[in-house]
Design a protein around this ligand. Sequence first.
Ligand code: ADP
Ligand code: MG
Length: 254
Amino acid sequence: MSLLSVHALGKAFGAVCAVDNVNFTLHPGEMLALIGPNGAGKSTTFNLINGQLRADHGRILLNSQNLVGLTPREICRQGVGRTFQIAETFLSLSVIENVQMALLAYSNNIFSFFKSAAQFQRNEAMRLLAQVGLDEQAARPVSDLAYGDVKRVELALALATQPSLLLMDEPTAGMAPTERLELMALTKKIVAERQIAVLFTEHSMDVVFGYADRVIVLAQGQLIAQGTPEEIRRHPEVQRVYFGSGATFEDFNA
Ligand code: ADP
Ligand code: MG
């Protein structure tokens, strides 16, 4: 059975059909890449799933429950997590404090106010940090970390909400090529271990073709192709949308 199933999803901004009758499914343990040129509707699709935006029509089923109309908080509770950039003000806090705050916000446990924040779910925070390979950096301020390690903290923060589906909008933006591949390899390992699913957008075709189990392609709000990375690489319509005539993904990666 699919974890996520999107049916006839639509969202317009005035005359612009940002997401136009889109259908796709996602299974536990699967990494699905959503690609397409700028303005294709990728971020809008994400924001419809996480409830930042409300769909004009269609259904978004998570374990058969419709998410359309729920608030972002309710959708998070249903098991849809997302990565986001750590806000400026939190960079001076330590790595573990950031994770503890995410756990605190998620648990929303009144009793936690009677304990000191430093004690709050310390073990759980360390477990998450070990999973992303940052347990030895736990006490350092986030501002001291290399950029690739900041991205690992952001992954740990997203995992703190115990998602069954994780949304990652351009997770490797701004990263060096080797850092990118490391982050995606780590993500893939966690997806397999936890049997969660990931929907991600990505500009680097190395990442898409190296780590996605399946790829869906949007252009002007419409889903124009879906398939394995190999099928998408060879898809004439996809190549036309990305490169016009002539060029291929091979040229693009060179
Ligand atoms: P992508 O993430 O694939 O680059 P977006 O989902 O951000 O694309 O945008 C899809 C289309 O919807 C674009 O034409 C964009 O200009 C438009 N759009 C996105 N968000 C808004 C908004 N809040 N208001 C008006 N138009 C928007
Ligand atoms: Mg976008």
